[in-house]
Design a protein around this ligand. Structure first.
Ligand code: HEC
Length: 148
């Protein structure tokens, strides 16, 4: 649990550095969507780690921003053949598109569940956070080739 929160925090904080210069079109759009989700994690992760006071409203709003970027809109940013540099998208996305799409739909569902849990909880909804965060990692593990 702890390692995962740390690695997600690192990922969120590295968001700015990761925004690749030179990306255009749909590659640029999906990098911006990923960056928006990483920015939302910069609100969520410090509260989850107890480094910042838990604010259920802000936490839920950040989770909803992730839900809004995920799902179908994210899948649509990965049309076949969109492998232009400097993309980090793995070719496996397009040989495994059903599973890739599923992960995006799962992220939407779990981010929405996290928002709802935060709306109704006096404490950080850790279980729902873990479920959502795992979805980011699972997809990156199989479908993102980190070049940084
Ligand atoms: C359905 C699969 C999938 C899910 C779910 C997913 N990602 Fe990604 N992510 C990718 C892929 C593929 C790339 C590489 C995109 C590219 O370079 O074209 C990427 C790239 C990124 C990048 C780098 C963007 C850049 O400018 O290069 C960040 C940051 C990121 N993701 C954050 C997240 C966060 C945070 C979550 C969860 C809230 C998440 N991602 C969920 C597939 C996913």
């Amino acid at each position: 649990m702890k390692w995962m929160i740390s690695s997600l925090a690192a990922m969120a904080l590295a968001g700015t550095a990761l925004a690749h210069s030179g990306a255009t079109g749909v590659v640029k759009d999906r990098m911006a969507a990923m960056k928006a989700m990483a920015d939302a994690l910069e609100v969520i992760v410090p509260m989850t780690r107890g480094e910042r006071a838990y604010d259920p409203g802000a936490y839920a709003a950040a989770a909803r921003r992730i839900a809004a970027e995920a799902g179908r809109p994210l899948v649509d940013k990965f049309p076949e053949g969109s492998t232009q540099a400097p993309t980090e998208a793995a070719p496996a996305i397009w040989t495994d598109f059903a599973r890739f799409s599923d992960l995006s739909m799962t992220l939407e569902r779990r981010a929405a569940a996290l928002a709802q849990a935060a709306d109704n909880a006096a404490e950080v909804p850790r279980g729902a956070f873990r479920d959502m965060a795992r979805t980011c990692s699972a997809c990156h593990e199989d479908y993102r080739i980190e070049t940084d």
